[in-house]
Design a protein around this ligand. Structure first.
Ligand SMILES: [Zn+2]
Ligand SMILES: [Zn+2]
Length: 616
């Protein structure tokens, strides 16, 4: 008699055993999906282990779901790693790897992939290594990507390209198809189940040998994967917000290690994590031509000196200049920081947490709080730095910028694009309008910061850099730097970027203007003292519940346990969004230089849930 262990998509720490009926025994294998009875339901799960013996009272497997094991052995190992590192059950991690509900049917029709002959080098010699590709020009990035892929395909292996968002897929797809024809499978969460099934099967049968997709394509079922490439590796979309809360970069690197192929991270301004690993030689650089083409000018405007806090004199002049030449001007504003911090309009300082140095969150009723460590204070009446009395908790919105622009630039074609006016404009319609010259001044939020729009722009004005710089997030400076570098690299070479700020000497801004490579060592030093990543690993323990008392009680209990174990942690404190859908949310941040110590100490104390711990 055959017995198996099955991983179910449940937030439970144990595994479940079943008996395999004799007629299924030959076909049930490790990695197979089976339907099993659980309490009074039938659930699908993955076979993770086979056993020769078991207790007699075990229930029978009801049926085998697919014609073949849905998860290969290497992917099962990857799933085990995800469940340990990101603190979820093996069932939760395996279910996220196979985004298909229907049964997988075997059609034994395997098309022989077209083999391109070429002498390879990178991929042959560097299985399991991670490379960082920092090409300055998009053309160079593309040509390096294509030549790496060519090497891999020549040896009959397959290539996966991971992109941060669905909108990146079509241009890459066109590019690859123009080189290699119809060999691309596309995978992302917005596909219908049927489409996903077709894509998935094409990969498994090697009818496709290229896959492009968002995070979920990391688990592409190619039989002999030879390369994973991540586009724009610093993009925040690579962090999954649901369980398992994995980061695409880490999963890609781990899969490369397990299956022995190289992983390439592409970036114009890498994350501090990747930069520091490259610095320590854990990631290897891919050399690029060191040519430096002319770059747009960057000007930093000190708003403390300006009468008008929305459109400074320099920005107004630059926009007028662009209008005269019939060129596109973009006015960018990020509203996430909108009225959530307190800024002194005289000296430009922001009220920050004395422990964590992140912006304190400003609440109505005049309270300030830190959502990392829980520090609270009353908001002062005068600025503690300069004793000025112009402390403001409010920024400007896109509507206000639009109103101002209409007054200053009468006759210009002005278009506002933000989430308020619907997502349709965010698509290709907006790009078409821009290309056809139907817009003189485009005002918007992050929606408009896309390469195909930026490359049409002559002037870009950042209305208030501080709204990003002061987000209550230790990565705020890094994010701002990366955004500004992206804008600077994408707009017209003879163009100009103007940054309005109350903090004109901040290195995140100065490095964009002067020397980009100086940013990383400075940011590393700033993070070191406060034990921020990448020096320390962070894991967030999120506690949710219907009554606040129970959530705080649970968080006290956990913090006491963590204290007894002698691990370093921050909080408990209310989350930035302290109540969502009627549930109270608190968090604790556990940090350590060694991630396995965090894993070990959470293992005993924190249960799995549909939303539990979260490596930052
Ligand atoms: Zn001040
Ligand atoms: Zn704090």
């Amino acid at each position: 008699m055959k017995y198996i262990e099955v991983a179910l998509n449940l937030p439970l720490k144990m595994s479940f055993r079943y008996r395999v009926p004799t007629e299924l025994a030959a076909r049930v294998k490790i990695g197979s999906r089976v339907l099993v009875p659980f309490r009074n339901k039938n659930l699908k799960g993955f076979v993770t282990r086979e056993r020769g013996k078991g207790e007699r009272k075990l229930k029978d497997v009801i049926k085998l779901v697919d014609d073949f094991p849905a998860i290969s052995r290497p992917l099962l190992r990857l799933g085990e790693w995800v469940s340990q590192y990101y603190h979820c059950s093996l069932g939760q991690s395996l279910h996220s790897m196979l985004p298909i509900q229907r049964s997988l049917k075997d059609k034994e029709k395997k098309v022989e992939g077209k083999k391109i002959s070429c002498s390879g080098n990178l991929a042959q010699t560097s299985g399991g290594s991670v490379f960082l590709l920092m090409a300055e020009e998009p053309e160079e990035k593309i040509s390096i990507f294509l030549s790496l892929a060519k090497d891999v395909l020549a040896r009959g292996r397959q290539v996966v390209l991971v992109v941060p968002e669905v909108s990146y897929i079509s241009s890459w797809n066109k590019l690859i198809q123009s080189e290699y024809g119809n060999c691309v499978a596309i995978l992302h969460s917005r596909l219908k189940d049927r489409e996903r099934y077709v894509s998935w099967m094409r990969m498994r049968r090697e009818e496709a040998y290229f896959a492009i997709g968002t995070r979920c394509v990391l688990f592409a079922p190619f039989p002999d994967l030879g390369l994973i490439v991540l586009e724009e590796e610093e993009n925040t979309s690579y962090k999954q917000r649901e369980v398992p809360r994995y980061h695409a970069r880490e999963v890609a690197a781990r899969r490369g290690k397990i299956e022995g192929f190289p992983v390439v991270l592409m970036s114009q301004s890498p994350s501090l994590e990747s930069w520091s690993r490259a610095h320590k030689k854990e990631y290897l650089p891919i050399s690029t031509r060191a040519t430096r083409k002319a770059r747009p000018q960057v000007e930093i405007i000190d708003l403390r000196q300006e009468e008008d806090k929305v459109l400074s004199r320099s920005l107004e002049e630059a926009v007028k200049e662009a209008l005269k030449g019939n060129e596109l001007a973009i006015l960018f504003l990020d509203r996430r920081g909108f009225s959530r911090y307190l800024l002194c309009q005289d000296c430009g300082e922001v009220l920050r947490c004395p422990n964590c140095n992140i912006g304190l969150t400003f609440h109505l009723k005049g309270a300030l709080s830190c959502h990392y460590c829980g520090h609270e204070e009353r908001s002062p009446l005068v600025c503690p730095y300069c004793t000025g009395n112009r402390l403001r908790g409010k920024g400007v919105g896109t509507q206000q910028v639009e109103k101002e622009a209409k007054i200053r630039f009468p006759g210009a074609l002005i278009r506002r694009a933000d989430l308020d006016i619907g997502p349709s404009l965010a698509g290709s319609a907006l790009k078409d309008e821009v290309i056809k010259g139907k817009i003189d001044i485009l005002i918007g939020t992050k929606l408009i910061i896309r390469e195909e729009i930026l490359k049409e722009a002559k002037v870009v004005g950042i209305i208030l850099a501080d709204s990003l710089l002061n987000l209550p997030d230790f990565r705020a400076g890094e994010r701002l730097f990366q955004l500004l570098v992206k804008i600077k690299r994408s707009i017209k070479k003879e163009g100009k970027m103007l940054i309005q700020t109350y903090n004109p000497t901040h290195y995140s801004l100065r490095c964009v203007r002067d020397r980009e490579e100086d940013f990383y060592p400075q940011e590393m030093r700033a993070r070191e003292e406060l034990h921020y990543p990448p020096h320390f690993h962070w894991a967030r323990v999120l506690l949710e519940g219907k009554t606040e008392a129970r959530v705080t009680e649970a968080s006290q209990r956990i913090s006491q346990k963590l204290g007894e174990k002698g691990v370093e942690f921050l909080g408990p404190s209310p989350c930035p969004f302290a109540k969502i859908k009627g549930r109270y949310r608190y968090q604790l941040i556990v940090r350590d230089e060694n991630p396995s110590r965090i894993t070990a100490c959470l293992k005993g104390e924190v249960g799995y849930s549909s939303s539990s711990a979260n490596a930052v």
